[in-house]
Write a protein that binds this ligand. Structure first.
Ligand code: URA
Length: 238
């Protein structure tokens, strides 16, 4: 990774303006690898350096998070009227350029990845990569073997859109409602909702459980987030 100036890293982490960074460094508010550093122009490796600002660690490298997205929140960075997933996170992440990897509908809940790394995001959302995404859906209506077969063959949606083969698993059926797992490798607009609707089973609730090898952390309540582990980042970067 290219070396970066300390004042640029402090600004990029959303902690202060460039001018305040230079002043703060001069005032002794910054440590680099455990020692006070008074040179704001010093260049360091953002992935390996340990920088603190007023005693708090500074996030200098690229950022990778998982969020348990609640319903009613847009998968966007900012919106003039509605709450977005970035509104659920500390403001510094917005300043660092964090963005959601792909989208979940406003009312879909569950695993949403966010990053500052455009290459990582592109690798996961590119239609060429065929990354599995697993959803649990509760749908109205009854689904059976014929629906499983139709998903496996590749559905044609009501508007004529063709889908790649997908996996439908029926978990339970009760009182005219069916709970299913759907695994898709695409990210078309409202894809899972439209796939199930095309089989006469409109979605009532939809939750994303996993993306590739990474599963939603069961310890995260809706609205909570954590950083991805190095293993998770490696598994998704594949
Ligand atoms: N499919 C949908 O219909 N909605 C989502 O949010 C994700 C996949």
């Amino acid at each position: 990774m290219p070396l970066e100036r300390i004042d640029k890293l402090l600004t990029g982490a959303g902690l202060c303006s460039r001018r305040d960074a230079v002043r703060g460094v001069k005032a002794g508010w910054v440590t680099l690898d455990g020692e006070i550093c008074r040179d704001a122009a010093k260049k360091v490796d953002p992935q390996t350096c340990r920088l603190t600002w007023k005693g708090e660690p500074v996030q200098t490298g690229r950022v990778y998070l998982m969020l348990n997205k609640p319903a009613g929140v847009l998968s966007a960075r900012q919106d003039a009227e509605q709450k977005t997933v970035l509104d659920l996170l500390p403001k510094r992440f917005l300043d660092m350029g964090l963005f959601p990897v792909g989208r979940l509908d406003k009312d879909t809940v569950g695993l949403l990845l966010l990053t500052t790394d455009g290459v990582f995001a592109h690798g996961l959302t590119s239609p060429r990569r065929h990354v599995d995404k697993v959803y649990r859906a509760e749908a109205e209506g009854v689904l059976d073997e014929r629906d499983i077969q139709a998903f496996a063959e590749g559905l044609t949606l009501r508007d004529g859109t063709k889908c790649r083969p997908a996996k439908l698993e029926i978990l339970s059926a009760e009182a005219g409602k069916t709970t299913v797992l759907v695994t898709v490798q695409e990210g078309k607009y409202h894809q899972v909702r439209r796939m199930l609707a095309s089989r006469g089973a409109p979605v009532v609730t939809l939750e994303r459980l996993s993306v590739g090898a990474v599963t939603l952390d069961p310890k995260l309540e809706r609205g909570q987030w954590r950083e991805l582990t190095a293993q998770e980042i490696a598994a998704l970067s594949g």
